[in-house]
Design a protein around this ligand. Structure first.
Ligand SMILES: [Zn+2]
Length: 501
């Protein structure tokens, strides 16, 4: 049995051991305290370790509203070849931007100092394709494939959403993303039944405080104003390039009106392309001939495409987003990691639907890393020679961050720790006993870590997660909001779930 309101592990550990016979609770706890303090009894915590724990606990308050913040003494992976990486360095944040990265930066008392000892400091992850409104529907289809998804999610549950439900779903998805170390998301919530639904999408993203590309997507029913409501959204919500929100359009791959409108409004295009499910190859070649493909386009999945279609994608600089675990789970076809790499395309990674799989970047990175290597290893074992290189952990980290920023058209702002860029930064704990000792930081992130290691998250220099908990989020309120919206959608749709599976 699991109860989410269990006391924290430290309390459970102190109360869990059974008392030896004849020992009072008080004397037993005193004996335990002596053990932890390293008294006469042997301690598992050396003196230097105790000193580090003490220093880490000193900055216990999140640095809210501080103009200057110094992240002190972390292992810094900048993902910027010009800046390089540092086994130990300080990162200075000023007015929401990265100001400097140096082995040591002296600061005065006006600067908030964050102890990053035993942390890996790196740019925030970028998820280039997620349907946030489905946060209400997490795990509705853990065993489902595409046919089940269209029946249950697209045709049954999505039409039952009202704007408040959209808001709750997007909010919990975006907060969950921040929990997982994702600081930028490309959101394609295909639920814009009315303009109020689209407004709810944007408010959910904004209230969560995540950096987002809101890819305006169509809804169900005759009142859906897609794509023409995009002009209003741009005017109303994206007055300048300075905020956390930018727009894109989920444009039907054969809908020339959609493509024309996106170009008129100067917003990028995002769309799913699944060659195993329709005539995607012919459509891509026709788009290429019509001069429509370009670097303002992101194609998702790209499974089942012909060599010609891939060549067109590569030649026109189209961005590619792979949702590897979902593609494997839901029968989109083989994730085309190698097809992309062979043409010099570095794909970005995306989580797609929470109905079926986790949204966290560690799951995406490990699935991509192991699948590409599996396929090449099999070829090697069959005796094939002159194979392309195996993906490295650095390659995969780059896909989850730097290539994500490029696909989201935000690489001038995020995607690396570069002085002048926005301070979208995550701190990952390397001192947990399932990671320590740290021998290879990119390896630890890609092959050892998970969301439990995401200690602290900054977005544009604002602390959003601090020492393992979201900042300024009333979690009980969000849980209530989301639970009520889930119940309302299920009831309207006449849909039943079974919590014990
Ligand atoms: Zn999708």
């Amino acid at each position: 049995m699991y109860n989410q309101f269990q006391p924290p592990p430290t309390l459970r550990e102190n109360t869990a051991p059974p008392m030896p016979p004849g020992t009072s609770r008080r004397t037993f706890l005193q004996a335990g305290a002596g053990l932890l303090a390293g008294g006469a009894t042997a301690s598992f915590l050396p003196a230097s370790g105790r000193a580090q724990e003490a220093s880490a606990s000193q900055d216990s308050a999140p640095p809210r509203g501080r103009r200057r913040i110094l992240l002190r003494g972390g292992v810094v992976l900048t993902l910027d070849p010009q800046v390089g990486d540092f086994p130990r360095a300080d990162v200075l944040i000023e007015d929401g931007l990265i100001r400097a990265i140096q082995p040591t930066i002296a600061v005065g008392p006006e600067t908030a100092v964050v102890d990053a000892t035993n942390m890996i400091v790196l740019p925030g992850f970028v998820d280039t394709h997620h349907h946030g409104y489905q946060g209400l529907l997490r795990n509705v289809l853990p065993n489902g494939i595409l046919a089940d998804y269209f029946r249950d999610i697209v045709n049954t549950l999505t039409p039952a959403y009202q704007p408040d439900d959209v808001y709750a779903g997007i909010l919990v998805s975006a907060l969950g993303a921040i929990e997982s170390g994702i600081t930028t998301v490309v959101d394609l919530s295909q639920v814009c039944h009315t303009p109020a639904h689209a407004d709810a999408c944007i408010r959910g993203l904004q209230d969560a405080g995540i950096r987002a590309v809101y890819a305006y997507s169509r809804g169900a029913g005759p009142a859906s104003p897609h794509p023409h409501d995009l002009g209003r959204l741009k005017q109303q919500f994206v007055a300048s390039d300075q905020g956390l929100l930018t727009l894109a359009l989920q444009a039907g791959i054969t809908n020339t009106d959609d493509w024309r409108l996106a170009r008129e409004l100067g917003v990028p295009i995002v769309e799913h392309v699944v060659g195993t499910a329709g005539p995607a190859n012919e459509v891509i070649l026709a788009l290429a001939r019509a001069g429509q493909l370009g670097p303002d386009v992101e194609f998702i999945h790209c499974t089942g495409l012909s060599a010609d279609a891939w060549r067109a994608i590569a030649d026109h600089g189209v961005h590619v987003s792979l949702a590897v675990p979902i593609e494997m789970q839901m029968r989109h076809g083989m994730p085309p990691i190698q097809q992309a790499l062979d043409l010099g395309i570095r794909p970005s990674l995306s989580s797609d639907v929470d109905t079926n799989m986790a949204q966290d970047p560690f799951t995406l990175m490990r699935a991509t890393f192991t699948l590409q290597r599996l396929l090449l290893n099999e070829r090697a074992l069959r005796g094939e020679e002159n194979l392309p290189p195996l993906l490295t952990v650095r390659d995969v980290l780059g896909m989850a961050i730097r290539e994500g920023a490029r696909a989201a058209h935000l690489d001038h702002k995020v995607g690396s720790l570069t002085p002048g860029k926005a301070a979208d930064i995550v701190l990952l704990r390397a001192d947990r006993l399932n990671v320590w000792p740290l021998n290879n930081a990119p390896g630890a992130v890609v092959t050892l870590m998970d969301t439990s290691h995401v200690d602290t998250v900054f977005i544009a220099g604002v602390v959003r997660k601090w020492r393992g908990r979201l900042v300024d989020v009333d979690e009980a309120h969000v849980r209530h909001l989301v639970g009520a919206a889930r119940d309302a959608v299920m009831q309207r749709a006449g849909y039943q779930t079974n919590v014990v599976g």
